[in-house]
Design a protein around this ligand. Structure first.
Ligand code: GLA
Length: 346
């Protein structure tokens, strides 16, 4: 029997390390955070969806199946979620959706994935079906972003939101899609984010261009993904592709080193790896901005053992790892791992 109501919550994420590796079938180590997006779905008569973004005071109504074509901002996510669920064999019926969030948009904390995942869980929650397996759901959500929003993002944000754990970061291997919890025992140390103040949407940034560069590098090397490249192969590429590939290879190895550092509780070493990741993202991958640099510098000046740009880059929040004695700069906010996406009631 279809249900009358379903409410779903999906968290945002912070990526500890492993940036721009997901679409290169590499490794990453994100954590879901406590903040996220809640979608309350109520069944309604007729083949129509009425959606309301409560914090924006905006509405959208569209017929089912969801029409393709341009719908800007948050509306593209709702239409895309309804359409992609249907295409994946989870048909969506008439619904009223109320969307609210505790996570700022465009801040690099993955409000987009939180929105996609919460929408999909709530919409499937209204039907008599169990939701698809979490990997399948991540793929559906990622198609919403790729096909309906127009950003060629990988699976990092969706998998982090879906697999989040209250006590752990997640080592994700994007070749096998294996997700392994890595206990996050920070003791008196703290992870904080600091807003760089720059708000550039990924779509408007060079994110898609970086993806194209990596695809071109693979084409030139005759391999399916940069996971198969070696440092010697990367060095043979023309610039800037050689730098891009070098970042990806070294970042994968930093993820392995970060997992080992966490397992041995060597938090200064984790800080060193965060700094190395930042330099690589700035100099080899070219995704930093002056505002990001200044936020990273403020964190380091306030005693951070490591600080770096996170997510796609080009603005948003930066991440810092503070030792017990450091209080952090003004505006820094502590982040803790939180549980993954879930249906709150049905
Ligand atoms: C964004 C994308 C992710 C990932 C990161 C960079 O957050 O949504 O898929 O590519 O950038 O690591």
């Amino acid at each position: 029997m279809p249900r009358e109501q379903a409410t779903a919550f999906a968290p945002g994420r912070v990526n500890l390390i492993g940036e721009h590796t997901d679409y290169n079938r590499g490794l990453a180590l994100p954590l879901a955070i406590a903040e996220g997006v809640t979608v309350r779905a109520t069944a309604r008569e007729g083949a129509q969806v009425e959606a309301e973004a409560l914090d924006l005071g905006e509405r959208d109504t569209f017929p089912l199946p969801a029409p393709s074509g341009l719908a800007g901002g948050w509306r593209a996510f709702v239409r895309g979620a309804a359409a992609e669920l249907g295409r994946a064999g989870f048909p969506v019926g008439g619904a009223r959706l109320q969307i609210s969030g505790s996570i700022e948009r465009g801040a690099g904390l993955s409000s987009s994935a939180a929105l996609e995942v919460a929408l999909c869980l709530a919409l499937v929650g209204l039907s008599d079906r169990e939701p698809p397996d979490r990997r399948e759901l991540a793929r559906i959500c990622s198609r919403v972003e790729n096909e309906w929003v127009g950003v060629r993002t990988g699976l990092l944000d969706q998998l982090a939101s879906l697999y989040g754990r209250a006590d752990a970061a997640l080592r994700i291997d994007f070749r096998s899609l294996e997700v392994e919890p890595v206990p996050l025992e920070l003791g008196e140390w703290r992870l904080v984010t600091l807003d760089s103040g720059d708000r550039r949407s990924l779509a408007a940034s060079a994110y898609n261009e970086r993806r194209r560069e990596c695809a071109r590098a693979c084409e030139l090397l005759g391999i399916a993904s940069l996971r198969e490249a070696t440092p010697a192969m990367a060095a043979r590429l023309p610039e800037p592709l050689a730098d891009r590939a070098r970042h990806v290879l070294e970042e994968n190895s930093r993820v392995e080193q970060a997992v080992a550092a966490l397992q041995r509780s060597e938090l200064s070493e984790l800080g060193r790896l965060l700094n190395a990741s930042h330099l690589s993202l700035r100099d080899l991958y070219d995704v930093s901005t002056p505002a990001v640099e200044s936020a990273v510098a403020r964190l380091r000046a306030a005693g951070a053992a490591g600080a770096r740009v996170i997510g796609g880059g080009f603005g948003g929040h930066v991440l810092g790892l503070l030792p017990p004695e450091a209080s952090g700069p003004e505006g820094a906010r502590e982040v803790r791992p939180g549980p993954g996406a879930r249906l709150l009631e049905r």
